[in-house]
Design a protein around this ligand. Structure first.
Ligand code: NAP
Length: 433
């Protein structure tokens, strides 16, 4: 059977990982498919100076349109990233009747639905496995593996940089700023770490997963998002006392009135499998109404783990091209996505961990307890580690399940008290894992 020819645009981490696998693993892929998967053209501004696998006979160009318009190219892999040129590439490829494989979470979270509609109208495929959790085939799981179920809840650790930083703070007792600087030196964090540490990268991924898991179109800006900058070694010490740890948890819950979505540092019980996810690893925990719990774990990024996701999409699309497919399969697992607004986070009901820094004085706990009681919130425990300085005294109050709205109102009132040094840090304690 005739080979399927591919054009690869973007030759950075993911692009080079993809090319390595396509060349080194070519025979195995051909055995699986029954025909070869061949690279016909590659593109990046530095294509002529980048270290790449030997690709005899392959067009190497700095102009992406030459790849999209190459007569042999049937599938375009967009591995540039961002929402500018990447979007132009995908639009042009679809318009030229070529299927697209992309790893681009940012573009898909913002305009994946339109891209899929355009691809479906053009009769081409759009595949996006690599856009969430790199090497974990979570799209395939939600689209195919457990599509028979009705998903109730999904929890994810979807940003490897944050997970690396949090576990370094946990294991080494180092401050956030020091760990971030070390992560940047080692290449685990970008020079501008905002997208990672403030939760924006993770929320794009959660927006995509909300489409796949619940059939709802959610835009990243609609997701309540808090980053990890305020988490300290002391928070881990308190979390451990409570037999918990802290991770940046992406949570999506189906409720009778709508979806509740959040990306935020959360306390999770040490006894759960999620608490064992350390370093740059990712994980997704899905709770289905019928099949109950399933858990997926692996590398969330990196040239070759992400390259595997891209190549697997190329295999799927190539198979569709050669063996035919009864209508292209929606990459969102649902024919259409509904556009309901997620619920306001104030409706979340959870236990909370409240960490304070205060100038010590008599009656502090009574004052804080009074504010909580005034909002109908019951205290579960008060914890204070020994030998802390009295002029900057940290301690923790945990509270029984309460609505986030009440917690926020209490925290705002507490932040205005003269003995409170900084606004209390309020983190949910996830019992549902
Ligand atoms: N890194 C990961 O582990 C990972 C994991 C999952 C998903 N992703 C996603 O995969 C995509 C690529 O990420 P990456 O980490 O591989 O990025 P990267 O290392 O920055 O690579 C980007 C590539 O795009 C090329 N490029 C820039 N402008 C271009 C243009 N106008 N035309 C053609 N090529 C252009 C760059 O050119 P030069 O060769 O000249 O530098 C570079 O080769 C992003 O959407 C990212 O979110 C990445």
């Amino acid at each position: 059977m005739k080979p399927v020819k591919i054009g690869v645009i973007g030759l950075g981490n993911v692009g080079t990982g993809t090319l390595t696998i396509l060349t080194e693993n070519a025979r195995n892929l051909a055995e699986k498919l029954g025909f070869p998967l061949e690279v016909a053209a590659i593109c990046s501004p530095r294509v002529h100076t980048r270290e790449l696998p030997a690709l005899p006979g392959v067009l190497k160009t700095t102009e992406w349109r030459e790849v999209v318009n190459h007569p042999d190219v049937e599938v375009v892999a967009e591995l540039v990233g961002g929402t500018g040129t990447a979007r132009e590439i995908v639009d042009a490829a679809i318009a030229a009747g070529k299927s697209v494989v992309t790893a681009n979470k940012e573009m898909l979270a913002l305009s994946g639905v339109e891209l899929w509609q355009a691809a479906a109208s053009a009769g081409v495929s759009l595949a996006m496995e690599a856009s969430v959790a790199g090497g974990i085939p979570i799209h395939t799981v939600l689209r195919d593996g457990i599509s028979g179920d009705r998903i109730d809840t999904l929890f994810g650790i979807l940003n490897g940089t944050c997970n690396y930083i949090l576990t370094e703070i946990e294991q080494k007792g180092a401050a956030f700023g020091d760990v971030l600087a070390e992560a940047q030196r080692l290449g685990y964090a970008e020079a501008d770490p905002t997208a990672d540490v403030d939760g924006f990268d993770a929320r794009s991924k959660l927006a995509i997963l909300a489409g796949l898991a619940f059939g709802q179109r959610v835009l990243p800006a609609q997701i309540f998002t808090e980053g990890i900058r305020r988490v300290t070694p002391l928070d881990f010490a308190y979390a451990h006392t409570l037999k918990h740890t802290i991770r940046l948890i992406c949570a999506a819950r189906r409720t009778p009135t709508g979806l509740l979505l959040s990306v935020r540092p959360s306390l999770i019980p040490q006894s759960t499998i999620m608490a064992g996810v350390t370093g740059a690893y990712n994980a997704v925990w899905v709770k289905g109404h019928y099949g109950q719990d399933t858990f997926y774990y692996g590398r969330g990024a990196g040239a070759q783990p992400t390259g595997v996701a891209v190549v697997s999409d190329l295999v799927r699309v190539a198979r569709e091209l050669r063996y035919g497919h009864p209508g292209r399969l929606s990459p969102f697992a649902h024919g259409t996505l509904t556009g309901a607004e997620p619920l306001p986070i104030e409706q979340l009901k959870s236990s909370y961990y409240l960490r304070f820094r205060v100038k010590d004085a008599p009656g502090i706990i009574a004052k804080l307890a009074g504010i909580l009681a005034g909002k109908g919130i019951s205290i579960d425990a008060v914890l204070q580690l020994p030998n802390e300085p009295k002029d900057d005294l940290p301690f923790v109050i945990t509270v029984e399940p309460a609505e986030e709205g009440a917690i926020r109102a209490a925290v705002a009132e507490m932040a205005a008290l003269d003995f409170v040094i900084e606004p209390p840090l309020a983190l949910p304690m996830e019992k549902g894992l």
